[in-house]
Structure formats: C-alpha cells, structure tokens
Design a protein around this ligand. Structure first.
Ligand code: AMP
Length: 131
C-alpha cells in the first residue's frame, strides 16, 4: 500500500506544497513543531533514509538545502535545524525547522496554525526558494 506521503506526491491527499523537483518534494508538516516546519521527501517510497541509493541521498540533501535557505528568509531564525525521525511515517522525510532556541526542536511541542496561515506560509516559502 502506498504511504501517505506517496499519496501526497500523487495528489491523492492534499498538502501545503513548498517545492518539487523531478525526484523530490517538500510540503509543510500538518502538525508543526514550530512555524515553518517543512518536510522534504524523495518521491521514491523508501522507508529508511540510509537505504536510499547514494545519488538520491545526496539529491535529497541538496534539495533540503535549497528549501532551508528559502525557509530562513521567510521565518527569521538563528538556524534552520534538520532532523530525521521516520518512526510514524515509513517514507523518508527530512524535517526542517526554524530554530531560535534549543527547545524549539521538540517533537512534544506543537504550534497551532489555521489552514489559511499554512497555505500563505507555503506559498511564501515557495517563492523565496532560489533554484
Ligand atoms: P516521523 O515519522 O516520526 O518523523 O513523523 C512524521 C511527521 O509527518 C509528523 O511530524 C507528522 O505531523 C507529519 N505528517 C503526517 N501526516 C502528514 C500529512 N498528511 N501532511 C503533512 N505532514 C504530515
């Protein structure tokens, strides 16, 4: 069965899309830990990041780097943090999170955002990414 993220890539489930390339896709996390919490995924459905072939592993990280630079312009922060967990969704994803203090990278904490806010934020980040 296709993962929830494969269904997002296929357009079967809606998302707040931030960026897309031939092999990678980025969208806002639906339950953000901080404002600007973005997930970067390979379109290919692989569960564990270290099972990606070398080429796609590198491509995903270069894609995440571009997205992170755009994200930092829109969500002012000291640094954009990167985390890979993958316990809930068995489809590789890199979490990108704007960080202003150590506690910001806390998966036990969430910020409430309306669908309108998420939509506006996704298009702002999308417009700020330089390819
Ligand atoms: P983990 O697999 O533990 O790295 O966490 C999965 C992440 O995916 C969580 O932060 C969820 O909020 C996020 N997530 C799950 N379903 C969706 C969805 N449909 N759209 C956006 N983010 C999602």
């Amino acid at each position: 069965m296709a993962s929830i993220f494969s269904k997002i890539v296929a357009g079967e489930i809606p998302c707040y899309k931030v960026a897309e390339t031939e092999h990678c896709f980025a969208f806002l996390d639906i339950n953000p830990v901080v404002k600007g919490h973005v997930l970067c995924i390979p379109k290919q459905e692989v569960d564990y990041i270290f099972d990606l072939d070398d080429e796609l592993f590198c491509e995903l990280h270069l894609f995440a780097k571009k997205v992170a630079k755009g994200l930092k312009k829109v969500c002012p922060c000291i640094k954009v943090g990167e985390a890979v967990v993958g316990i809930d969704v068995p489809h590789v994803h890199i979490h990108l999170m704007p960080l202003n203090k150590p506690g910001d990278l806390n998966f036990g904490h969430h910020v409430a955002m309306t669908p309108e806010e998420l939509k506006a934020l996704a298009s702002e980040i999308s417009a700020a990414i330089e390819w």
